[in-house]
Structure formats: structure tokens, C-alpha cells
Design a protein around this ligand. Sequence first.
Ligand code: SF4
Length: 326
Amino acid sequence: MESQDKILRPIYLSKRTFLGLKDLVIAFYAQKCPFQCSYCSLPTKSHPEPLPVKKIKQQIDWSFEQYADELSSFQQLSVGNEGSILDRERFPKEAIVYLLEQARAISSLKVLSLETRPEYILPATLEDIFHLTHAEIIDVTVGFETQDDYLREVILNKTIRRKNFEAKIKLLGEMGVRLTSYVLLKPGPTMTEKEGINEAILTIEYLAGVCQKFGTDLVIYLNPVYVAKGTPLAKAFSLHQYKPVRIQSVVEVIAETRDLNVPIYTGLWSENNTDGYGDYTVHKDYQPETRNALKQFNKTQDFALLQLFYQSKLDDRQYQSQLILL
Ligand code: SF4
């Protein structure tokens, strides 16, 4: 039983530069997500039972207090609850209304980004958000992850049917709401590096095609997979002696989809949440310079920053000699 007096904190609170915009990122502590994606350990960090709205409002107040001196300089507000912030059961309308009222202090707000599953993207909910926010762009961030139906539905247990998702993309286009989609790089336990790269490219191409068809703005949030502690998928990764994807492959996916003109942000953090397999840093040829270049690319989208690290276009000797000159 939750103590009535205990002040709760968000699971995550930080700032970053997202595609050139100063972004305040908050993941609220709320009732845990009811879905069971096989690779996800997020629900274990959340509350097992419904949480009173008061407890969410306290987190909103506390979060904004932490950045009180610079609130007016943020251009983006990205909010989630390690599940779906548009899920009215777990994040009641009263909490959203309060959040967006407090967010009025962010006078430079351009983008309001809401992390949610597609089920909760409903016309009435989006209408409410339009009325409540002064942001120029409303964005919903959804974990579609992969266009491969077997991988998404059976291996990852996402329960996001392709047709349903496409209907939501159409709705977003009609309502002028941007989609950010997570794409996983090498999520299959038996995938080779090349298969992982090809699958991510296919997914980005697929999303770009559907969004173009329905006139929906798209951003890709590319996540190199790491094996999250205690997840069902971690067992499968162990069985198949899975190797985390190389960071060079992130660059390759960005390079190979550049012509689509879709902004790509890469998630480069595993937050000490790996299950003994580590992440891209375990590889002998891991180059921190590549990660640094990707961090800069996240801010600027300037591909020239990555050109040197796009190894498939350079032979290894040329690559190494250029690194020595850095
Ligand atoms: S990936 Fe999202 S929808 Fe799936 S279990 Fe995790 S928080 Fe829930």
C-alpha cells in the first residue's frame, strides 16, 4: 500500500538536444503498462496498482521545479510514463490537463511529444491535446519497432497489428500530428549483423512509405538493441549466443536511408539495464569516436559528421589511417 504522504519522483527526468531542439524529457512514475513485450523491463519500474492523480501532479510540480530557471528556454517537451501517457486509466485526463497547464511556462515550446501505444491514439484524445497545448507541433512516439510481422508479433510480442497501425498513421496525417516511431536495430535473437541492418532499413523504408501515403510527418528513433535484464527475450538471446549490434551498423542504417529525408535520432543509452551481454561497447572494434559523432548527428542531422565512420564506403586501411589523424 502506497503511503499517502510519500512524494513520488519520476522514473526519469533530464534534458537533451533532440534534432536541434532543447528538450525536457520526463518519464512519470505511474501504474505499470499492461502489455508484455518480450524485450521490455520497463513495467517492473512502475507502480503495480492505480496511482492517485495527486501523486502524478506532485511529480509534474517537482519536475518543473528542477528546471524552473530555464523552463522558458525549452523548445520541446517529451513526456511518457514507461507505457502510454495517453492511456486514461494509467494517466488520467486530469493529470494531462494539469501537465499541459503547467507546461505553459515553457513559452518557447515548439514540439510536444507524447509516448504512447497506438491503441490510445484517438481523435477525441488528440482534439483535447490540441486545445490544451500551445506547442506548434504535436508528436506521438510509438514503439512499432519492426515491419517484420513475425518478429514484431511473435518474437517481440508487441501486439501491434500492421493494419491497425497504418490506420493510426492515417489518422495522424488527417489531424496534422507527427509520428515518431521507435525502430529496433537487430532485435531477433538469431539475426546476423547484416540481417539486423537490412531489417532496420526495411522498417524505415516501410514507415516512410506509409507516412508519405497519408501525409504524416515522420521521425525515426533508432534503438540499437541491448538485452534488458530479466526479460523473456533475454533467455532467447542467451540460447542463441546473441551479440549486441555494432555501433558501425547504426551509421550504416542512417547512411543507407539518408535519401528518404527522414530525421533519425539514435538511442545510445542502455542505462545499466543490460543482462550481462552489454551493448555495442562490448565489441573489440568499438570506437567511442563513432558514438560521439552519432551524438552530434542526433543534434544536427549533419551526415558529414558520420561520413568518416561509414566503413562500408571506405576500406579498412583508409578508415584506420583517417582515425589516426583525428
Ligand atoms: S515496450 Fe511499451 S508497451 Fe511494451 S511492455 Fe514495454 S512499456 Fe509496455
